[in-house]
Design a protein around this ligand. Structure first.
Ligand code: PMP
Ligand code: GLN
Length: 437
């Protein structure tokens, strides 16, 4: 018996509806976090070379030795300990596949085990928890005094004997929050009171911090946290190659082996030439001057930060016509805007119901986002994003869909803007938002 009444594709619909609207209205996308830039040339060259060298067949399921050895070196330093490359690292088909394997591998569906997350959160978490037949539980992140914050007491009260996993995402999608040392210490202290809880730390945006801040502090690097933590990383993000779908996770073997069982029977081994290319490019992205004296990673940070600053200044400059408030992000692929005051300017048909012409039955390959707020209204952010797509030709993501459909804390006043598309693309998109085309 499934715990949730909704189907798996309820969350999938968030990506597909806006992709389809984007195609139909030739939109410029500020939606899905697919970067506008390319991976570095050396990564592509190493990939071709690896194919020529014969890395074309199945390999060691949990990662080619050359690659896991490299990961152990790089993250051993960050985690301040020796990592065993053969027993404590698992290479996966992107971070998403790691999340899926760990959550399914760790949850016992018969026991009503809970997974606690901060909301809003990356929507796929909901799907993984649902597939594992775990119980999804959320603690709110709220924008207060210029920061996304959480209430430690609410978090403490949400943990209990049934909590199996605490799922942290630092840096955070969709808010761009960077959990600083103080935040992480509070989390560590609270979680120490519940020693049976395993932490999954989704660290895919770890290197992408702004305003000269160091990379995010890995939760597993604090105190004894390593013993109970799975750290998850994405080669797609680090090398700006999201379509390559390579990720890796680091965890004590006792935890990792639970996920390894799932990985064996789902993806089996991972794209071999991409693993070789990434292992040979690791040092280069952080050390070799790539563009204007900056390394590949430094350059990526600068480009994303420039786009973030562009959007903040531009949205502020048109606040009379489009009364949105941009909320500065500290890291990652996105920033949020507060659209509370836009209700009066969104055309009625988007606000009234889900049944507007452009989304009529039969036009969409998959289900639409038929979701309502508890008062029965169409979420404001969903109406805003449909209006932007259909009438302005720009895709953005409604953040209410980053809350569970039945979550008591679901908010519909935020829209997520991608800052990963480059300045030229972002300028063009903003011209459309302003109505200049
Ligand atoms: N975690 C978060 C927070 C993400 O935003 C994403 C999507 N980009 C992923 C995991 C999945 O990463 P990957 O593409 O490596 O599967
Ligand atoms: N993670 C990307 C985002 O948040 C989307 C790709 C995906 O994994 N669904 O936009």
């Amino acid at each position: 018996q499934r715990k949730y009444p909704h189907r798996i594709d309820d969350n999938v619909a968030i990506w597909t509806e806006f992709r389809e609207l984007g195609d139909r209205y030739s939109c410029l996308s500020l939606g899905e976090g697919a970067p506008g830039g390319n991976p570095p040339d050396f990564l592509k060259d190493f990939m071709i070379k690896a194919i020529d060298e014969g890395y074309n067949q199945y390999q060691r399921i949990f990662g080619i030795p050359e690659f896991v050895n490299k990961i152990a070196d790089v993250y051993g330093e960050k985690l301040k300990r020796q990592i065993n490359p053969m027993t404590e690292i698992m290479v996966t088909a992107g971070a998403n596949s790691a999340l899926n394997s760990y959550i399914i591998g760790l949850i016992n569906p018969r026991e009503g085990e809970e997974v606690l997350v901060f909301e809003p959160c990356f929507p796929q978490y909901q799907d993984h928890i649902q597939m594992a037949e775990g119980v999804y539980k959320a603690v709110p992140l709220e924008w207060k005094e210029n920061r996304w914050t959480f209430d430690p007491e609410v978090l403490r009260k949400s943990l209990n004997d049934k909590t199996k996993i605490f799922l942290l995402n630092n840096a955070h999608n969709p808010t761009g929050k960077l959990f600083n040392r103080e935040d992480l210490q509070i989390l560590t202290d609270i979680l120490n009171e519940f020693p049976h809880v395993i932490v999954i730390s989704d660290d895919v945006y770890e290197f992408l911090t702004f305003d000269d801040q160091q990379s995010s502090i890995l939760f597993a690097s604090i105190g004894n946290n390593f013993e109970k933590t799975v750290s998850i990383f994405s080669g797609g993000k680090l090398f700006q190659a999201t379509g390559w779908k390579v990720g890796w996770s680091i965890a004590p073997n006792e935890i990792l082996s639970k996920a390894a069982i799932i990985q064996c029977c789902t993806t089996y081994c991972i794209n071999a030439p991409a693993q070789i290319a990434m292992s040979r490019s690791f040092d280069l992205i952080e050390t070799m001057p790539y563009t204007e004296g900056r390394t590949f990673v430094q350059n990526m940070k600068k480009e994303f930060q420039d786009v973030r600053d562009f959007f903040i200044s531009q949205f502020n400059s048109i606040s009379q016509e489009l009364p949105v408030v941009p909320l500065p992000s500290e890291s990652g692929y996105f920033l949020m805007i507060d659209i509370t005051n836009c209700k009066k300017i969104i055309p009625e048909r988007y606000l009234k119901s889900h049944d507007f012409e452009e989304l009529k039955e039969g036009q969409s390959a998959v289900s639409r986002n038929i979701v309502y707020m508890p008062d029965g209204s169409v979420p404001l952010d969903l109406a805003f994003c449909r209006w932007m797509a259909v009438e302005k030709g720009v895709i953005m993501m409604p953040a209410s869909l980053f809350y569970h459909k039945e979550s008591p804390i679901r908010d519909d006043k935020y829209v997520r803007i991608g800052i990963c598309k480059g300045l030229d693309h972002s300028r063009k998109a903003f011209d459309r938002i302003k109505g200049k085309q």
